[in-house]
Ligand binder design. Sequence first.
Ligand SMILES: NC(=O)c1ccc[n+]([C@@H]2O[C@H](COP(=O)([O-])OP(=O)(O)OC[C@H]3O[C@@H](n4cnc5c(N)ncnc54)[C@H](O)[C@@H]3O)[C@@H](O)[C@H]2O)c1
Length: 445
Amino acid sequence: MKVTVFGSGYVGLVTGACFAEAGNNVLCVDIDAGKVARLQKGEIPIHEPGLDAVVKRNFDKGRLRFTTSAEEGISHGLFQFIAVGTPPEEDGSADLSHVLSVAETIGRHMTEYRIIVDKSTVPVGTADKVRERIEHTLAERGAKIEFDVVSNPEFLKEGAAVADFMKPDRVVVGTDNPRTAELLKNLYDPFTRNHERMIVMDVRSAELTKYAANAMLATKISFMNEMANLAERMGADIEKVRIGIGSDPRIGYSFIYPGAGYGGSCFPKDVKALVYSASEYEFDAQLLKSVESVNKRQKQLLFRKISAFFDGSLKGKTIAIWGLAFKPNTDDMREAPARDLMEALWAAGAKVRAYDPVAMTEARRIFGERKDLALVEGAEQALDGADALAILTEWQEFRSPDFEAIRDKLRHPVIFDGRNIYDPGMVKSFGLRYFGVGRGETLAV
Ligand SMILES: NC(=O)c1ccc[n+]([C@@H]2O[C@H](COP(=O)([O-])OP(=O)(O)OC[C@H]3O[C@@H](n4cnc5c(N)ncnc54)[C@H](O)[C@@H]3O)[C@@H](O)[C@H]2O)c1
């Protein structure tokens, strides 16, 4: 089948590459000419495990191509996937300008029947807006061409995006047209072979499903962080509590890890966008607002602990940071807790020496050159001349470090573990002090 994908970011590039891998003929369109040029040279602009090989294989076979020409994209695919960004506006609402601009372009250049598939995460009612925008543009041209607008939210996880796309838990399709549902079923069949995983529903329910899923996951994290803060004050160990509650199948072990707060390109913006959407329907989404504010507070926790440890005087101190990405296996630093910590440390007059296995280029792009930031090439180098160590991302390579080297290199032998990756007793046995989230030594913060 011929597929066009607008947007070659984390979602669009994975979608395009995986559809090509199944034998489809895919054209990816992006307005970022630099990104398209890199992709055309075989360079992958993001870090996503396994993506390089899939892109390369299909690019070499001619099944996956990249262009900046929207017109070419619109004439190419029966399916027109929209996978462009929907970043948050100041007021928390989702910025739909990229999605609607693609819709308008499709209306301007479409010459035959097309299925427009909203894959971006968009508020309930967006498919209607996309349809209106296309209808309006067609009317301006005096053209009468049939088309369908379908909601097909994406649930892939960054860091496991290719695997998730290849073997999805579910494929949600929102459409009232059985014929369109059937065509999408054919397109997704190679990915759902061992049992049917397509869930067809009305468009609005599909749009809300995506927000509900992310809001639920964010809620689990904020809930555990709330429990961690209580555990710390009450002399309990949140990691024991986690095992204790996870054993209940109604609760389960997934996604109940306490830590330095959630980040990334999805949870923060999607929770905010849902709160905003709720207000448009005159509903006060109290739980979601709390999820968001608990998270905001949590993202300051490590800074408050570090500051309390140094009696509020961080001027001239240097903090080593391990992990900049918002989670392991990605270079994505959007809304990463490490950013909050660094900004707070800088505001307090401290310096940062940071290392991440894959996000260094991204960190350089975001922060540029600054005197109070050293981006170093290895975890141990980050310790050189540092007063303390903070862990912000639970990368595998940080899990079994040389604790003696950490103790000997740090001016103050202390670890602030924002991901609870170490056993407090073990760390202490090396003569280091240990402050985790919801366990270990406590500090009045
Ligand atoms: N990143 C994730 O893990 C994830 C998971 C599920 C859903 N989503 C959703 O998918 C959407 C895309 O997210 P992302 O992380 O891939 O974003 P991204 O920022 O990585 O990529 C978006 C791309 O769209 C391009 N673009 C913008 N306007 C365009 C236009 N008019 N025509 C063509 N290309 C255009 C940009 O240049 C960019 O390359 C968002 O709505 C997001 O919420 C993201």
